[in-house]
Ligand binder design. Structure first.
Ligand code: CP3
Length: 348
């Protein structure tokens, strides 16, 4: 919970005060592009050991802050810790991404646990408490979860898929069974996010990475509705909780997402059309984004121009400078430094 919101630029912005220099952080800012992360990763047993060992998770959360002094730290964890705590098998195999036991039929879905074992997530809460203690007061600490739709795409398919076809198909063929997965995720995500706020998170982000594959009717049902329930459920227990939504690829559905979910800010990907965003989204809530992660890899004058485009497109309104999606492993650290210096030099 915010201790002194006025001192944190990100929280101040989420409370409706535009900052001359936009608060800055990067999605996936802790991770494999950092040599110090790779070193710790090699020492630990596996990715989930990093998430569930508070010493490791605390250290990794702070690594990008030490290097770049971002305005926010995001707790090091993963969206798939919820299926894990629901008793699903979740494995991260090197170079392959996540693997889960698929949940593909109504019969299998009927066996899904209703309540996660939150004792298993206690290390995440402990890491949040430790990070908050070590973090400078002006730096915001972000807690997060995956949106039910995106988490369900992994639970149904058992892995990442190019177009989320297994979950989309299941939702068409067996909407009631699919709704059970979503309902279980809504209730447990509320509990998990409230726990993160109580452990020291200053605000929250809901990652709906695969929202963009849904047709409008399905988007309303599987992305907007569950997110709205999470936002309301969290605020019922923590009034005034600040929440950023990230429905990646939502494009023309963004205005409806903002109006209906009640999020305090929305993260936009790099393809979002600037004038529509300014008129129909940023006029209501702050936006976060939206540098193309590939421009960050390209560097040089291309990167400068891409940074300037974000600032010109959205800097006149309330903006959290970020990438349009997570930073990629191949990104040179010098390019991140170049981006940080350019954003910090902006006093719009
Ligand atoms: O942003 C941060 O720095 C905080 C940590 C964080 C991770 N994952 C760590 C991670 C966050 C916020 C996530 C979110 C996440 N996880 C999403 C939503 C946002 C997005 O990036 O799309 C999704 C879809 C996942 C699921 C997931 N976890 C995938 C598909 C993968 C494999 C692909 C990949 O990037 O490696 C992971 C593993 C993962 N999560 C890693 C990290 C640092 C890499 C693990 C490793 O070291 O091998």
């Amino acid at each position: 919970m915010p201790q002194d919101p006025t001192k944190k630029p990100l929280i101040d912005l989420l409370s409706g005060h535009r900052q001359a220099t936009p608060p800055l952080w990067m999605m996936r800012q802790a991770g494999r592009y950092l040599p110090e992360y790779r070193e710790l990763r090699a020492k630990a047993g596996g990715f989930l050991d990093l998430c569930f060992t508070p010493e490791f998770a605390t250290e990794i959360t702070l690594q990008p802050i030490r290097r770049f002094n971002f305005d926010a730290a995001i707790i090091f964890s993963d969206i798939l810790v919820i299926p894990y705590a629901l008793g699903r098998s979740v494995r991260f195999e090197a170079g392959e991404g996540p693997r889960l036991d698929p949940l593909a039929t109504p019969g299998e879905i009927a066996t899904l646990a209703t309540q996660a074992n939150f004792d298993q997530l206690e290390p995440v809460f402990e890491a949040l408490r430790r990070v908050r203690r070590e973090l400078a007061p002006e730096i915001a600490l972000i807690g997060f979860c995956g949106a039910p739709w995106t988490v369900a795409t992994y639970m149904v398919a058992g892995q990442g898929t190019p177009d989320q076809a297994p979950a989309r198909m299941l939702a068409y063929r067996h909407p009631d069974a699919f709704a059970r997965i979503i309902d279980v995720l809504v209730e447990n995500s509320i509990h998990y996010l409230v726990g993160q706020l109580k452990a020291g998170a200053d605000c929250l982000q809901i990652f709906d990475t695969w929202a963009g594959v849904l047709p409008p009717r399905e988007f309303a049902r599987w992305s907007i509705e569950p997110t709205k329930r999470i936002v309301a459920g969290v605020r019922k227990q923590v009034p005034g909780a600040r929440i950023i939504g990230f429905p990646r690829g939502a494009a023309g559905m963004l205005p409806a997402y903002v109006e209906q979910t009640g999020v305090d800010a929305v993260s936009i990907d790099w393809a979002a059309e600037p004038s529509m965003i300014r008129e129909r989204v940023q006029s209501r809530v702050p936006v976060q984004g939206n540098l193309d992660p590939l421009a960050l890899i390209a560097g040089g004058a291309t990167l400068d121009r891409a940074v300037d485009d974000v600032l010109e497109n959205f800097g006149a309104g309330p903006l959290i400078f970020n990438l349009g999606h997570g930073i990629l492993q191949e990104t040179p650290i010098a390019h991140v430094e170049q981006m940080v210096a350019r954003v910090r030099a902006y006093k719009g």
